[in-house]
Design a protein around this ligand. Structure first.
Ligand code: DAH
Length: 346
């Protein structure tokens, strides 16, 4: 029996030294100190022994129990300490005081920002933002706007046609101007109408510093009783003051667009030379930024609005030109190249 205890002790201590984590330590405890352990069995069996034996074995067994309980406690302490040391070493390798790398934060594209800014100005004046399709019927892009087939104005807007005809045989295209949305609005909305229509437009053209096959425009139209040229001028002048600054000077001159009568172009005073003439404004002192006019009676009529009862003004402008003028950007292609060094500046 005593030899058995001795063997148990050697075995237990050897296994304890090999237990490297809390789970194995617990398994060890159950095995050597648990209710079903060899030691417990021996202690329970003491009563059956002779007095002599009971004394000797009982003393040894209890001694062994105390000894392995203490070994367990020591081993537990040693493991905790080792763990703490590991953590400290890890903390030295990773400098937790080092500031983290900042993730890149996104931002809106300068064109989107400009569209938002223009929309804010016009919505503050009571206009509503409307969008139309980029793949458009020939009808809304041209016909409804007084530009029939064979009309020379079609040549000035190099068109990307889709190479299929719809069931009704009506040709489709990529819209060449957002004025197509104006044609849709006068057909689907009833006066009083005040809408602005931002979006992409397409021209079949070679790309260079000032041309792109895709760019952005914003059109606007107001239809109501008694609308006059004074409303057109007042609205667009106010827009220019809010966008370019309160001291912005504007100039209106006659121009021709098939869908307005009379038609005008609006220019702002060149911000570089203040009207004196420079390279940017081609020595004129003025920079044209939009076309406008009183909506042609036929355009209203085609939309089902009686031009005897209602009058209307309309306008349209390119968007890229505005940030180009404001920030002195000399190449339109920069907007579409996705170069973060450029885009990050806005
Ligand atoms: N759609 C014209 C263009 O792309 C611009 C324009 C001129 C729009 C006069 C209008 C307008 O609404 O009234 O050149």
């Amino acid at each position: 029996m005593l030899a058995e205890l001795e063997k148990l002790k050697t075995e237990a201590l050897k296994e304890l030294a090999a237990a490297e984590d809390a789970a194995r330590l617990e398994a060890w405890r159950v095995r050597y100190l648990g209710k079903k352990s060899e030691l417990t069995r021996i202690l329970r069996g003491l009563a059956a022994l002779s007095l002599e034996e009971r004394k000797a074995v009982g003393a040894s067994a209890n001694e062994l129990k105390a000894e392995i309980e203490q070994s367990l406690a020591e081993r537990q302490k040693a493991l905790v300490q080792a763990q703490t040391e590991r953590l400290h070493r890890a903390a030295e390798e990773f400098d937790i005081t080092l500031p983290g790398r900042k993730p890149l934060s996104g931002r809106l594209h300068p064109i989107t920002q400009t569209i938002h800014e223009i929309c804010d100005i016009f919505t503050a004046m009571g206009f509503q933002v409307v969008e139309g399709p980029e793949v458009e019927w020939d009808y809304y892009n041209f016909e409804a706007l007084n530009i029939p087939e064979e009309h020379p104005a079609r040549d000035t807007m190099s068109t990307s046609w889709l190479d299929f005809k719809t069931e009704a045989g009506r040709p489709m295209l990529l819209r060449t101007h957002t004025t197509a949305v104006t044609a849709r609005c006068v057909e689907t909305m009833r006066p009083p109408i005040r809408v602005i229509e931002p979006g992409r437009v397409y021209r079949y053209e070679a790309t260079d510093a000032t041309h792109s096959f895709m760019f952005h425009q914003i059109d606007g139209v107001a239809v109501d009783r008694g609308i006059t040229m004074a409303d057109l001028k007042g609205t667009l002048y106010e827009f220019a003051r809010r966008f370019f600054g309160a001291d912005c000077k504007v100039r209106f001159r006659c121009d021709f667009f098939p869908f307005v009568e009379p038609g005008v172009e609006m220019a702002i005073e060149c911000s570089v030379c203040r009207g004196a003439g420079c390279r940017l404004c081609g020595n004129t002192g003025w920079i044209e930024i939009l076309g406008a006019g009183m909506t042609h009676p036929q355009v209203l009529q085609r939309g089902g609005i009686d031009p005897e009862e209602y009058t209307s003004f309309a306008f349209g402008m390119g968007i890229e030109r505005l940030p180009m003028l404001r920030y002195g950007i000399d190449d339109i292609r920069l907007f579409y190249a996705n170069d973060l060094r450029f885009l990050r500046q806005f």
